[in-house]
Each structure stands twice: as C-alpha cells, then as structure tokens.
Design a protein. Sequence first.
Length: 273
Amino acid sequence: MGRVTVRRTVVRLSAGEARTRQDTLVAEEPLEIRVGGKALAVTMRTPGHDVELAHGFLLTEGVIGHAEDVSIARYCDGVDEQGRNTYNVLDVALADGVPPPDPGVERNFYTTSSCGVCGKAALDAVKLKTRFSPAADDVRVAPETLSALPDVLRAQQKVFDGTGGLHAAGLFTATGEPIAVREDVGRHNAVDKVLGRALLDGRVPLGGTVLLVSGRASFELVQKAAMAGVPVLAAVSAPSSLAAELAAEQGMTLVGFLRGDTMNVYAGEDRIG
C-alpha cells in the first residue's frame, strides 16, 4: 500500500533565522479506476481505503447501487522503476447483469484533489438522478447534535494532526454516533471513501444519517450525498449557490458554517429541531 505521509527536508525561516528540519507531508498519488479492464477515471488521492473509494465513486456516479453489484475489486499493473506494485491502479469487475458505466461518466483527463467534476466528458453528465431519493426522509436532527459533530470529526483526523493538509468526511447517525470517518487530500475522495464504506457494510441507502465535511459544501458533494440517499449534509464552511439549489431540488437539508452553536441552514430547515 502506498504511503499516507511522506517525510521531506525543508528550510524553516523564522525571525530572520533559517533552519533545516524534517517535515511531514500528506501523500498525494494518482489512482486509476478501471471497470472491466477499461480505464474510467484517474483521481489524485491520499493512498489508503482505495476499494472504498472506488465503490463510493461508482455509487455516486450511478454505476452501482449495492455492494453486490461488484464481483471483485483488485489492484493491477502499475509498477515503479524497481518493478514493485505502486497500488495506483484498481480494476473493478461488475457483477453479471450490471450495465457498464455510461460514456458520460468517463473523465477526459483526470480528477484533481480539489475538483471531482472537472474533466467530465459531457456537462449533461454532471447532474445525475439518484435512485435513493432522500426527499421523503423524515429524520430530525437536534441543533445541539449538529454542533457537536465537528469536534467528533476533528478528534478522528489522525493524519491531519501530523500534516495539517487533509480534508475529512464523517457519516453519523441522527443522534451523533459516528458510522465512518475518512481523510483524504481531496474532499470528494474523502466523501467517496465514507460512502463506499457504508455501501460495503450494506447501509445504502443512507436514510436517517448526517454527512459532515470539514471544508465547504460544493455542488458535487451535495450530489454525492443525494446519490447515496443521505438526507442531511453539513459543512464547517460555506456552500456554493449550486449546492444550495441542488439540495433544495433533491429534498435534502444543507447546513453551512457549522461552528460552535451557530449554523446556517440553506435548505430543508424542517429537519433541524
């Protein structure tokens, strides 16, 4: 498995003095996701939980809906100059009867760690229709429960403590119990890993849950949550205008600026209380 962190020599400048020291950086490496031997996408991610990432990606792109839709996922090819497996190519075989990905899912080049929808083969493919609509989910979440979640998420960010360079996503019950927490250099990858874990555990559709992200709430993160049937998405930072519009359209609750006992509810305020 690839390294999650990397040590690098840096020069630290402080108060006019220069010192050489070792610093810990979060690893960022490409992962090529193949389906049936055919390249589907390349994403820049933090190595680890790659099978979850692939399952989450395929779920949120509408390719699969259940763990049983995948017969096997395995590393292949991808060797370094010494002939060692880089674990940067993952091939997923779909179960019999599961249709292959629509051509619109294919990425023209690659997905950066900051953007998961850049490079979509067609703009029409950016907006997907979920098979697990959260609109009818009548879950309610207490404001004090939401307020406590960022501290719970932060306490489980083990790699962030050593690098300060990772995003995190956490899936919680409506009463604030953590289901899964994952870190990644890309916020969309962290979400895919969490949703992939839930899929592998047979939890999808994710009714009655809250998805918390450590940064902002983008259009894509709302879409990913909707594709998994998550009724409540919360972020410690701001949402985009399209994120708010899509959340309202999908019947989701979208919370932003979740800090301390304050928060802004941009859609689905009836679930908070």
